[in-house]
Design a protein around this ligand. Structure first.
Ligand code: G3P
Length: 229
């Protein structure tokens, strides 16, 4: 499986509306380099920008989906409708949009039925082990207290990366598929990425390190180099 670099745009002013186009252009410009490095470069835009991302042929993940069918539903993000417009995947249960395990299970099952790739977030290794049993495609471990900060998981909690990998292995022992481990929180540069990969992560979830960077394209380019072997 290819490495993943998922840019969670969240709902920053710097990453939405007309500002979102800067991220789209940066990803398009870096598409070739990502390919050379065996990395899927993925944008997870605010719901309002999903179409823009998709129409520019960027791999696009929703930030959240609700376990609901199309129809008389107000204010929900409906998986089938997002699939119809072309999303490839979704984040589920980000720390900032937390779901209990029952809801995660339901959401994964909606996504699977539609062929939407799932990346479920976990705050620690225990949660990662529980979530592994629900068989998502990926589990992104992000310690809540490091999200949006300047110190990365790779620097502050390297042991959590290896512990999470063990936890996912334990959780998926009797299952046919082992979810891939992604990590995130405070990731800013290639050194953070390289360390995470060395400890067993297959990808990175990043937000402020790109969205709030003075030069988002340079920030993405630098993060990509962390996957160089
Ligand atoms: O989903 C990614 C995220 O929560 C990490 O945020 O700003 O620490 O890169 P950030």
């Amino acid at each position: 499986m290819k490495y993943k670099l998922i840019i969670n745009c969240k709902n920053y002013e710097e990453s939405t509306g007309s500002n979102f186009l800067k991220l789209v252009h940066a990803c398009r410009d870096l598409e070739e380099r990502a390919k050379q490095l065996n990395v899927d470069l993925i944008l997870s835009p605010s719901t309002i920008d999903l179409r823009e991302s998709i129409s520019n042929k960027i791999q696009t993940y929703a930030q959240h989906i609700d376990a609901k069918n199309p129809g008389s539903q107000t204010g929900y993000t409906i998986p089938k409708i997002l699939k119809n417009i072309g999303i490839q995947g979704t984040i589920i249960s980000h720390s900032e949009h937390f779901l209990d395990n029952e809801e995660i299970k339901k959401t994964i099952s909606y996504a699977k039925e539609l062929g939407i790739t799932t990346c479920v977030c976990a705050r620690d290794a225990t949660a990662a082990e529980e979530i592994a049993l629900l068989e998502p495609d990926m589990i992104a471990v992000e310690p809540k207290e490091l999200i949006g900060g300047d110190i990365s998981i790779s620097t502050a909690r390297p042991q959590l990366i290896s512990e999470s990998l063990d936890a996912i292995e334990r959780g998926s022992l009797n299952l046919s598929n082992q979810p891939q481990l992604l990590v995130g929180a405070g990731v800013k540069n290639d050194i953070d990425v390289r360390k995470a990969v060395e400890l067993g992560a297959r990808g990175i979830l990043v937000a402020s390190g790109v969205v709030k960077a003075q030069d988002p394209k340079a920030a993405i380019e630098n993060l990509l180099e962390g996957f160089r072997e």
